[in-house]
Design a protein around this ligand. Structure first.
Ligand code: GRF
Length: 215
């Protein structure tokens, strides 16, 4: 996709993954940040870094369909090569997914397909799972069901709490998400039809970082 690969990041809250992306942008540029919450700390961070920001809130629209259409319109307007969801708390409508098919990414705090949805750390503890982690995937019309690109694992111990697990998994998210976005933007990971192709260097880097890849 080239070194000037503009990426629009969608956020709703804290924005630690946004920060990680901004800090590690070598083959891409976070050119816009869009939020559905005006109070999101992520927006403040983006403004401080001179990134184009737009906020589209539900309260300003008569119905959900109009609101979602406005979010899509705001993202389209930024002309991104890639769209990265980073803690964006809104289920995307099919039109959104279709518009950015193969260019829409998400980071999710579990080893998908296990623990799709919310409260993953709590559910991992309740299920007494031995492994946990995070996944970067393309977004399709389902919730957390799109093609997996990379995962990173942590082991779960009996002493773990939701807080300790969240902290360890988040640390991995902050490494694996920028790595994946950089790799896609330099064509080291590409989607050919439904098949993911990883370059030799992407494979080597994944191995070095203990990331799991899916080819
Ligand atoms: C992260 O755990 C991400 O995986 C999930 O929502 C959280 C967002 O955190 N989708 P942050 O706003 O990036 O700090």
């Amino acid at each position: 996709m080239g070194t000037e690969c503009p990426v629009t990041v969608l956020v709703s809250g804290r924005g630690s993954n946004l920060r990680a992306l901004v800090d590690a942008q070598t083959h891409f540029r976070v050119s816009a940040v869009i939020s559905n919450h005006s109070g999101a700390p992520a927006l403040q961070f983006a403004r401080e870094h001179g990134i184009y920001v737009e906020c589209v809130e539900r309260k300003d629209f008569a119905n959900l369909a109009e609101f979602k259409a406005a979010v899509l319109g705001a993202v389209v307007k930024t002309k991104p090569n890639l769209v990265a969801l980073a803690g964006f708390m809104m289920v995307l409508q099919p039109e959104f997914v279709d518009e950015f098919e193969g260019r829409l990414l998400n980071v999710h705090p579990s080893l998908l397909p296990d623990f799709a949805g919310l409260d993953t750390h709590q559910r991992v503890i309740e299920a007494k799972a031995e492994e946990h982690g995070c996944s970067v995937h393309f977004v399709d019309r389902g919730v957390d069901t799109g093609q997996l690109i990379a995962q990173a694992k942590v082991s779960v111990s009996e002493a773990d709490t939701t807080q300790t697990l969240e902290a360890r998994v988040l640390e991995l998210e902050h490494r694996i998400y920028p790595w994946t976005v950089n790799a896609i933007c330099k064509n080291a990971i590409s989607l050919t039809g439904t098949k993911l192709v990883y370059s030799t260097s992407a494979r080597a880097e994944a191995k070095q970082n203990n990331f799991i890849i899916f080819d």
